[in-house]
Design a protein around this ligand. Structure first.
Ligand SMILES: Cc1cc2nc3c(=O)[nH]c(=O)nc-3n(C[C@H](O)[C@H](O)[C@H](O)COP(=O)(O)OP(=O)(O)OC[C@H]3O[C@@H](n4cnc5c(N)ncnc54)[C@H](O)[C@@H]3O)c2cc1C
Length: 421
């Protein structure tokens, strides 16, 4: 009997660490055989791959000190690139239009100048938001396509509160300057991206993880809030006095005894993306040219590709390099088989001129059911129904999928800290 935390991702680790620090013991139960959740990694023949891109840009002094004291951090200035119809364009594309044809530049700038104005509070959906920020031509050819690839839905299905500072909106002068000459300025919303020198992304948590009581291969399948028990897939169960969960809301609603139908339905209607990671290791050191890049062409499956060995040389054997391509689908989509995605991805990346088939020495594909939360128009209503119910039955829900929020790692960490309040 005591405090139980479900999940050993960054939110669960942060919760366990801060409880232990306050002298309160907790047992963490994790379904996988290792800790880290989405911050975790895997190694194949000396190539280490994180689960999707992952850098930290924590600003908060307390949190960034914890990350820094856990591991030496390399610092990168983010200059991502964009691949569009065979052309490489520095990010953000709207103020680096120089490599495009005169015809496309004219269409983009003409529509940018003539875009409709509307007070931000009156904007109905993300499609309208994009048209108003960038003009029709750019909106339709860049972020509309990217939305379909990254979020797996049409832009009109999304609301807009999640956007915040994630999308850069240039003024006319910046668009014009970038149309003549690629700009040197970093317009990315985080000016420095940090990454551990050794051990992969999760090393930012090394100090917190140390000494925590984590029980692995313990997949929770049932929760009984009256008897205060959790039951695992292996048939065993554990009793709690306090239950903190970082499990995804659509999963937890299926596990709780006596869950009202309305709450179950709200949980099951929460939308999210799932993602494949295609991880490739090469026998030459210079395959990766960019820390990461976005791909707009819809006939190429990956939305984004990054380079593990540019994040840190510790991620690849000497003389080698690596890429990981990210391919996303919404939970309403039919998800193609892994071997189909792997082969199609490799074929297209070769056609883009990134590498040759005989340079690949490691290839792997993995799937994560929960990648990003989709901010469809019903998200706030459905999320509130589930969170209110969990609160009522004494389950404290934390983390990206427990709060159903667009958390970066430092935000999931901060949210985990709140269990000591
Ligand atoms: C594509 C992508 C790129 C990202 N890039 C960045 C980035 O560059 N920088 C950044 O700061 N953030 C990034 N993030 C966000 C970051 O990954 C998350 O905010 C953070 O890792 C969430 O941590 P968490 O602990 O809340 O959830 P998770 O990491 O999902 O942890 C939940 C844990 O619960 C376990 N679990 C699930 N079900 C059960 C069960 N039934 N029983 C027991 N255990 C269970 C899981 O195995 C997992 O370990 C990115 C996310 C994605 C998807």
């Amino acid at each position: 009997m005591g405090t139980i935390i479900l999940g050993s991702g960054i939110a669960g680790i942060s919760a366990g660490y801060h409880l232990e620090k306050a002298g309160r013991h907790a047992v963490i139960y994790e379904k996988d055989s290792d800790w880290g959740g989405l911050c975790g990694n895997f190694t194949i023949e000396g190539f280490r791959f994180d689960k999707f891109v992952h850098f930290t840009f924590a600003q908060d002094e307390y949190i960034s000190n914890i990350f820094k004291n856990s591991s030496d951090l390399l610092e990168h200035i983010p200059f991502p690139s964009n691949y569009y119809k065979g052309i490489w364009i520095r990010h953000p594309a709207q103020n680096n239009l120089a490599p495009l044809s005169s015809e496309e530049k004219t269409d983009i700038i003409y529509d940018f100048v003539n875009r409709t104005e509307k007070p931000i509070e009156e904007i109905r959906d993300y499609e309208e938001w994009l048209r108003i920020q960038y003009g029709n031509y750019f909106a339709e050819n860049f972020p509309f396509k990217y939305t379909r690839k990254y979020w797996g839905v049409e832009p009109k299905e999304l609301e807009t509160k999640w956007v915040g500072n994630r999308m850069y909106t240039p003024d006319l002068k910046q668009v014009l300057q970038g149309a003549f000459e690629t700009q040197d300025e970093c317009f990315y919303y985080a000016k420095i991206m940090k990454y551990p020198k050794i051990g992969g992304f999760r090393s930012i948590l090394n100090n917190c993880r140390e000494g925590l009581d984590i029980r692995f291969n313990k997949e929770v399948v049932k929760i009984n809030p009256q008897e205060k028990t959790v039951t695992f897939k292996d048939g065993t169960s554990a009793q709690y006095t306090r239950l903190i969960s970082s499990l995804p809301l659509p999963e937890i609603v299926k596990m709780i005894d006596g869950m009202p139908e309305e709450v179950k339905e709200a949980g099951e209607n929460l939308m999210h993306t799932s993602g494949y990671m295609v991880s490739l290791g090469f026998n030459r050191p210079d395959v990766a040219k960019y820390l990461w890049f976005y791909i707009y062409d819809e006939d190429i499956l990956p939305a984004r590709v990054y380079s593990p060995n540019l994040k840190s040389p510790d991620n690849a054997p000497e003389g080698c390099s690596s890429l990981q391509a990210e391919i996303f689908f919404s939970n309403n989509a039919e998800i193609p088989a892994a071997d189909v995605v792997l082969n199609k991805t490799i074929e297209k990346l070769i056609a883009m001129g990134l590498f040759k088939e005989n340079e690949i020495i490691v290839k792997d594909i993995r799937f994560e059911k929960y990648a990003n939360i989709i901010f469809d128009k019903n998200i706030y209503k459905n999320r509130q129904i589930v969170l209110d119910y969990l609160n009522k039955i004494g389950i404290e829900s934390i983390g990206r999928f427990g709060k159903w929020e667009y958390f970066w790692t430092h935000q999931a960490f901060k949210n985990g800290m709140e269990v000591i309040k």
